[in-house]
Ligand binder design. Structure first.
Ligand code: NDP
Length: 279
């Protein structure tokens, strides 16, 4: 039977470890604090922000919520970030994406002090990851490394294929697998012979945003499959980029959707906040 990698359980473990650390920091007089900024009221963003606040409350992290109207000007948002950058009692700053169209996301991301960049999106954080220096790492790929390690799956020397090359998932995923001494191939929409390349993978990371795209024809017998995608299917049920039922008999381990990669993203955000406070 293949291992069903339990992201719910592993993320709960991480959150409990963080809870202890946060309590210790509090005893030392430091209240770990995350500023969460949302502009507008996109319903999906409201759900994500709500989940982040809940995780903060569970762990004992103080969250400061800034709910700004849709018509907020870019300068106003940049001013708020500048003031939060200066505050010693704020350790992490998170701006929920996407932002309304009139605000330049890249400018906003660059405005966050890299020491408080708990999402790991600042160019300095991205650069640090690629040259092996300390810095915050994008939460979803960082969570996937934790899923693998805590499930006893070795990465060193393995053929790792990452499908998707976005700045928040595919690219940092590839860098992290490389850091763990995997042999890494990155695929994208122009990759030729995608099936053949995927069939070489000991560890396959699927992050393309296409429901149930990967069936057993993409899988080598005994591979480990990590499914990053999140979608609602025709029956309004959550599913991933991988056709779980079709693939399951062929793998040695797989993450389900829901309950695999998803819960890890917030756990790693919390991890980054605690790190920011410890620094
Ligand atoms: P993007 O849309 O930014 O990137 C998708 C990538 O997949 C691109 O690099 C694209 O290639 C590639 N791609 C698209 N179609 C194909 C194809 N047919 N064959 C090969 N490659 C293809 O997505 P994200 O990285 O932001 O997210 C990917 C998925 O992960 C989404 O379903 C998203 O909802 C989910 N997600 C889940 C998270 C979680 O917490 N579980 C967090 C973040 C994302 P190209 O570059 O050539 O266009």
């Amino acid at each position: 039977m293949a291992l069903r990698i339990d992201g719910k359980m592993i993320s709960a473990q991480i959150k409990d470890e963080l809870k202890e650390k946060v309590a210790k920091l509090k005893e030392e007089g430091k209240t770990v604090t995350l500023a969460v900024i949302q502009v507008g009221n996109d319903p999906a963003s409201t759900v994500y922000v709500g989940n982040k606040k809940k995780a903060c409350a569970y762990i004992g992290i103080r969250s400061l919520a800034y709910e700004l109207p849709e018509e907020t000007k870019e300068e106003e948002l940049l001013e708020l970030i500048a003031s939060l950058n200066k505050r010693e009692d704020v350790h992490g700053i998170l701006v929920q994406l996407p932002l309304p169209g009139h605000i330049r996301e890249d400018q906003v991301i660059r405005a966050i002090d890299p020491k408080k960049d708990v999402d790991g999106f600042h160019p300095q954080s991205v650069g640090a990851l690629s040259i092996g220096e300390k810095g915050f790492v994008s939460c979803t790929p960082a969570g996937i490394i934790q899923l693998l390690k805590r499930s006893g799956i070795a990465i060193e020397g393995k053929e790792c294929v990452v499908v998707g090359r976005s700045n928040i998932v595919g690219k940092p995923m590839a860098m992290l697998l490389l850091r763990e001494n995997g042999t890494v191939t990155v695929c994208h929409s122009r990759t030729r012979n995608l099936k053949e390349v995927c069939r070489r993978a000991d560890i396959l990371v699927a992050a393309i945003g296409k429901p149930k795209f990967f069936d057993h024809e993409y899988i080598k017998e005994g591979a480990v499959v990590i499914d990053v995608g999140i979608h609602r299917n025709e029956n309004n049920k959550l599913c991933g980029d991988v056709d779980y039922d079709d693939v399951y008999p062929h793998v040695s381990a797989i993450t389900p959707v829901p309950g695999g990669v998803g819960p890890m993203t917030i756990a790693m955000l919390m991890y980054n906040c605690v790190q920011a406070a410890e620094m």
